[in-house]
Design a binder for this molecule. Structure first.
Ligand SMILES: [Zn+2]
Length: 330
């Protein structure tokens, strides 16, 4: 699934707007500092004048004074930095501003697409443009353990909902923390409203922030997208290109697996996704209302064995949080 020319142009326009916006912001900061800290402008002038005399000296090839001037410039720069900091500004307040430091908002690093470009591509191709805004609300900091009752006990294990949720949180947090070092997969399961989707959002949010490419689908959306690719306009192409991002992104999240209509297509496609990502050592996170037993019955045995053998299984329990929030008693 490749970008059309107009999609590519749309992404490049985002970069241009970003550059303009950041440049305008820098100009504003410069004006602000010029007004508030006149000493800053004086230091700047001194640096410029020293640099100019330095150029002249270089023409005369006077090595000793070259070193002197260089040190003097460094020390003035340090003064300038200290002036900002002592007035409560960050020391890089007047440096170029970049939304993505890696590519300096060009979308490319040494001729290759930057991670931020790959994510923009995913959002454009899979209509996930609102994902980042949506996820902002739900992250590890806003996860509330208080929704889980210590009185709600799983009769099978004897553990209460609070402890179970705390453990699940820790596992998800660790998953993000070690994401670049360890290849891991997660399966969150449990009844409706126990916070599974919330945790998938926490993980997606944290990994997007650290510059990873994330595709977020509900089971529904995943199979609809794959069906469109397979049977729609792109049907004449071979599979690899159409599926490339889904197989290759840093993290694939399949939320609410099992609520879609299952048929032989979805069964085979689920295995294909899970297996391909496993072979490429790319992490997958699944949330579902189905128990492991139901997964086995609903999908194929080979899918079940891939999941049970290679995923950390986390069961969440408790009362329906959505209901609690609606009633306002939590
Ligand atoms: Zn970038």
């Amino acid at each position: 699934m490749a970008l059309t020319n107009s999609q590519y142009d749309a992404i490049m326009r985002i970069y241009q707007q970003r550059q303009l916006h950041n440049h305008a912001l820098l100009l504003k900061r410069q004006e602000e500092i010029a007004k508030k800290l006149p000493a800053y402008a004086m230091l700047k002038e001194e640096i410029i004048s020293l640099s100019m005399s330095e150029v002249k000296r270089q023409l005369l090839s006077n090595e000793d004074s070259f070193i002197d001037t260089k040190e003097a410039i460094q020390s003035l720069k340090k003064d300038r930095e200290n002036l900002l900091v002592s007035n409560g500004y960050p020391k890089d307040y007047l440096e170029e501003i970049y939304t993505c430091k890696d590519c300096q908002d060009t979308g490319y690093v040494q001729g290759r697409k930057c991670h931020c470009f790959r994510q923009a591509e995913i959002e454009m191709l899979y209509a996930q443009s609102n994902i980042q805004a949506l996820l902002k609300e739900e992250n590890f900091d806003s996860f509330e353990l208080d929704y889980y009752s210590k009185d709600y006990v799983d009769t099978a294990t004897g553990e209460n909902a609070y402890t179970v949720a705390m453990k699940a949180y820790d596992v998800c947090y660790g998953f993000v923390k070690h994401f670049d070092l360890e290849f891991e997969n997660l399966l969150l399961y449990g009844d409706v409203g126990v916070g599974k989707t919330f945790l998938t959002h926490c993980v997606a949010n944290a990994l997007l922030e650290s510059g990873h490419s994330v595709i977020y689908f509900t089971g529904h959306q995943l199979f609809d997208t794959l069906a469109e690719q397979r049977f729609g306009t792109a049907s004449s192409n071979s599979i690899p290109e159409a599926y490339q991002h889904i197989f290759q992104c840093d993290l694939l999240i399949i939320d609410d697996l099992g609520t879609e209509m299952t048929n032989s297509f979805s069964t085979s496609q689920l295995f294909l996704c899970i297996n391909e990502r496993f072979l490429r050592k790319k992490s997958t996170m699944i949330s579902t209302n189905l128990s492991p037993r139901n997964i086995l019955d609903t999908y194929s045995e080979r899918t079940f064995s891939r999941i049970s053998g290679n995923y950390k299984l986390l069961k969440l329990i408790g009362e329906d949080i959505r209901m609690k929030k609606r009633l306002g008693n939590a």
